[in-house]
Design a protein around this ligand. Structure first.
Ligand SMILES: Cc1cc2nc3c(=O)[nH]c(=O)nc-3n(C[C@H](O)[C@H](O)[C@H](O)COP(=O)(O)OP(=O)(O)OC[C@H]3O[C@@H](n4cnc5c(N)ncnc54)[C@H](O)[C@@H]3O)c2cc1C
Length: 465
């Protein structure tokens, strides 16, 4: 951006909101997408953004959006940068809108069980603020400490306790957003409304392409009265899936239900030979007692022996510890995780096909999965693949091949190609298979109605024409 342009922006939002420090600009070139880290590793880094702005208030966000719209400059919202699908890649002629200083707690209402936050508020800090009043948001993505409440909405995120407490779309009460023309909208009123289409859905999963989320009101719960863990070992994945189906379709809702394949089970517990099913039960003491007894009976009927609850306790205490991409890449390991979902009748085939397909990749040293979010109609699978290669020219092709094989296997069996990380750049080519060509055309119409100049986060979500 020209100096003249920068002066005008500084006049609009105040000089303090423009970050000039080159290290800070460089640190925000991209989100946590493994491929962006891989490209850094092989010496093909994403460019540094032209301008980094860090507003502290909603009016400033409106000014930045109007400024970008008037000059047709690309604007890239950046929450806390934990996205893993390439939702943020800067360009030298774009403005990166860092929302991390938009972080007030707006209110906590312990009677109506709602809390309002500025969109850049850190997820764990939000949870701690309500926990101090005996309440919980109940949204625990593994990235809770490094993601923002606005980012949760923009990516349609899921927490580790989603089977009981729902995903972000079930927790979101109200979303406030600045549209690409600078107008502010506040969507979502009352505990439920029948006031036409639910426009909050326009922002859920919008990935920065339809506006800037500036505020989020979430529905809260009281902290549970009782908690318990249970663990069982199914002889194989399909038996475990059937046991999970029986549990949820009978009406039980353990907030945590995670089933690991044999490879991943051994990582949870060295003695495991089959597929571990970990559950956490939370709620009124009577419900927890009834649920633990019921799942024990159902597991016995499925010939899935009980294992120590200690395995679940161990998972809870280590659940957010993950190695960094850079550590893995420095060891010549190309690794990523891919989450998908499918109905009960198809999930076994998705698992078998994807794991078999991964085995065809040169240098593959691991291809495994677990499920972690369960519904009456089906569940997700969270694949991990690892390819060993020290040849920098082979790293990106190996990476893309891992993704292609998992998404193709999922689509072949009618599953959804993304359960909770979103589309970003890595999944755009599969979107037409997911929502159909007319679905993509509809999305393009919505985008061009809201953002006729295409300034909002170009390159994400919507496949190229
Ligand atoms: C270790 C690790 C574990 C993870 N575990 C989970 C998990 O359990 N569940 C899960 O769902 N995800 C998980 N994720 C992915 C990621 O944390 C989520 O996608 C999260 O919601 C992103 O929030 P963020 O604030 O970091 O967004 P960013 O990475 O900053 O942005 C993500 C996308 O949203 C857009 N965006 C962000 N904020 C706004 C806003 N205010 N307005 C408009 N657009 C915006 C950006 O433009 C971008 O397209 C994990 C990531 C990591 C690194």
């Amino acid at each position: 951006m020209s100096l003249h342009g920068l002066d005008a922006l500084a006049r609009a939002i105040g000089e303090a909101a423009i970050v000039a420090d080159p290290a800070q600009l460089a640190a925000r070139r991209h989100d946590y997408w493994a491929l962006s880290h891989l490209r850094d590793h092989v010496g093909r880094p994403a460019p540094v953004p032209g301008v980094l702005v860090r507003p502290t208030g909603v009016a400033q966000v409106q000014e930045v959006v109007r400024f970008a719209a008037e000059r047709r400059v690309a604007l890239i919202p950046f929450g806390l940068g934990s996205g893993v699908v390439g939702g943020v890649i800067a360009s030298p002629d774009a403005i990166l809108l860092d929302l991390s200083e938009l972080k007030r707690v707006r209110f906590i209402d312990a009677t109506n069980l709602m809390a309002g936050f500025d969109a850049g508020h850190n997820g764990l800090a939000a949870e701690e603020a309500v926990a101090a009043q005996g309440l919980t948001i109940g949204h625990w993505p593994q990235s809770v400490a490094v993601s923002s409440v606005g980012g949760w909405v923009a990516t349609r995120a899921s927490g580790q306790l989603s089977t009981g407490y729902g995903n972000i779309e079930d927790i979101l009460h109200t979303v406030e957003a600045v549209l690409p023309n600078g107008e502010l909208v506040t969507l979502g009123k009352g505990p439920r409304a029948s006031a036409g289409p639910d426009l909050r859905q326009l922002m859920l999963g919008s990935e920065g392409a339809l506006g800037v989320i500036t505020g989020v009101v979430v529905s809260l719960r009281r902290q549970p009265e009782a908690k318990a863990f249970s663990c069982f070992e199914a002889p194989d994945m399909r038996t475990g899936f059937e046991l999970q189906r029986e549990i949820v379709q009978r009406g039980w809702r353990p907030p945590v239900m995670r089933q690991y394949d044999a490879r991943e089970s051994r990582r949870q517990d060295g003695d495991a030979t089959g597929c571990l099913l970990l559950m956490a039960h939370e709620g009124p003491a009577g419900l927890v007692a009834a649920e633990t007894a019921a799942v024990r009976d159902l597991a016995a009927a499925a010939a899935a022996p009980e294992r120590p609850g200690e395995i679940v306790a161990r998972w809870f205490s280590h659940r957010n510890v993950v190695p960094s991409w850079d550590t893995l890449l420095s060891r010549g390991l190309v690794v990523d995780t891919v989450e998908v979902s499918a109905g009960w009748t198809d999930i076994g085939a998705v698992y078998d096909d994807a794991v078999a397909a991964l085995k065809g990749i040169d240098g593959l040293i691991a291809g495994s999965a677990h499920s972690s979010h369960v519904y009456r109609s089906g569940l997700n699978l969270y694949f991990t693949f690892a390819v060993q290669t020290t040849d920098p020219d082979q790293m990106e092709p190996a990476y893309l091949e891992g993704w292609r094989r998992i998404l193709d296997a999922t689509a072949r069996h009618g599953g959804s190609i993304s359960h909770h990380h979103g589309i970003g750049r890595v999944r755009r080519d599969w979107l037409a298979g997911e929502i159909g060509p007319s679905g993509v055309a509809l999305l393009r119409k919505i985008k061009s109605a809201l953002d006729p100049q295409g300034i909002m986060n170009p390159g994400v979500l919507i496949p190229d024409a």
